[in-house]
Ligand binder design. Structure first.
Ligand code: LLP
Length: 396
């Protein structure tokens, strides 16, 4: 990702910023599109992962739909040229204003997360003399085996409708004359690297579609959600395994004639395409710890602080490729010189990207790359401490 020209370019710029390698993005999108097209699957990009306009433009140009979780995301998707007929709209707390926007723009489908929401959408659609297309988001109680902060498909999670509430859903669907039932929707969590989890999800989807069909509701759409994980330990040239991911659904989902299978991928499409580029402001050598204080912090990339997420850190100025603290077997550590806690400037002790990173001696001004930051990076930036909004630059 970083050749000498790129690093020279960084040297002339103010930090921090996100660097997007659009060729990596293109390769990832090509792999996802080809692997899904083989089975006739529909992919909606989960915009929450990254709504940088250049990123959206490229994703849109590949023909993917959009998975949105707010009215503003619906609007942004339409503004960036996504096909309205390929927009799905999820979220436990859609406001009336947001629902009206979805109705006015004739999106493909609302993924409905409660019985109450069904009634609200029905009422708002009635007021417009429209029919709202809906899929029922079911909480399948399938464990995604991922960090508990990004698990969504268990009984204790707020998302979706629990299985024991389905009779109420059936009643509401019969009563609501302004709803068109399209199908069922699931999303069990994020950064899922064990494909076995998706086999369990398929089993549950098959049961659920039988339930709806048995109760007189033909299921046209099976939306399996997203969640496919990426390898944060090998940032270069390691695109997510879309082939095997889609193959699991091909093999284990009971798809009937005329049914469509939909996906909502976020992270796997964008994570590898960006790095957060920062500079060392200060090197603090303490009695117990050495600190590299960067000019980027939790306000620019929150994942390490929020989910204890690992992101590989490289010192670009020392012109070395570091493989740091990699617990994967077979990854030998290079000669380590000094252990640093790599921290940000924010007034919070949790503002630490990684503890005990082994670097050759580092200096004020060194360029630091925090890798695999294309998903849930720039979009989760905040203005805490009245920080400047983080910028972005592109490989082309
Ligand atoms: N569909 C729904 C309904 C979702 O809630 C999400 C993500 C996705 C699809 C896309 O999931 P993905 O393919 O990106 O895993 N900020 C956290 C991740 C939160 C995921 C929220 N929902 C992180 O940085 O790990």
């Amino acid at each position: 990702m970083f050749n000498t020209d790129t690093i020279n370019r960084f040297n002339d710029l103010d930090t921090p910023f996100y660097y997007y390698d659009l060729e990596v993005l293109r390769q990832t999108l090509t792999a996802a599109r080809d692997a899904s097209a083989k089975h006739g699957f529909h992919v909606h990009y989960a915009m929450k992962a990254n709504f940088n306009p250049r990123v959206l433009d490229m994703i849109q140009s590949f023909g993917f739909g959009a998975d949105c979780v707010s009215g503003n995301e619906v609007r942004a998707a339409i503004d960036r040229g996504f096909d309205k007929g390929k927009i799905v709209f999820a979220g436990v707390g859609k406001s009336d204003k947001e629902i009206n926007l979805g109705l006015d723009t004739d999106i493909f489908c609302f993924n409905v997360e409660s019985v109450q929401e069904l009634n609200i959408i029905d009422g708002l659609a009635a007021a417009k003399g429209k029919k709202a297309k809906v899929a029922i988001r079911i909480n399948p109680n399938v464990d995604a085996h991922t960090h508990h902060f990004i698990t969504t498909g268990l009984d204790e999670n707020k998302f979706g409708i629990n299985i024991w509430q389905l009779p109420d859903v059936a009643t509401a669907l019969r009563q609501c004359k302004n709803l068109e039932f399209l199908g069922i929707h699931f999303h069990i969590g994020s950064q899922i690297t064990d494909l076995e989890v998706y086999k369990n999800l398929c089993t549950r989807i098959n049961e659920m579609q039988d339930w709806f069909e048995d109760h007189g509701f033909p299921v046209k759409v099976l939306n399996t959600g997203g969640g496919l994980g990426v390898d944060y330990y090998s940032p270069d040239g390691n695109i997510a395994d879309f082939e095997n991911y889609f193959q699991v659904f091909k093999n284990f989902l009971n798809v009937k004639p005329g049914q469509e299978v939909h996906f909502e991928l976020g992270r796997a499409l964008v994570a590898q395409s960006a790095s957060l580029i920062s500079r060392v402001l200060y090197v603090k050598n303490g009695l117990k710890k050495n600190f590299l204080v960067l000019d980027a912090g939790m306000t620019e990339l929150m994942r390490p602080m929020l989910y204890q997420a690992y992101h590989q850190i490289e010192n670009l100025s020392q012109n070395s490729k570091f493989k740091i603290q990699n617990p994967e077997p077979g990854n030998s550590q290079p000669a380590a010189n000094i252990k640093y806690d790599v921290v940000g400037p924010i007034c919070e002790s949790t503002d630490c990207f990684q503890k005990d990173v082994e670097f050759p001696e580092s200096f004020r001004g060194d360029l630091i790359a925090i890798r695999t930051a294309g998903a849930y990076g720039e979009v989760m930036a905040s203005g805490y401490n009245l920080r400047d909004r983080v910028g972005s630059i592109y490989s082309e």
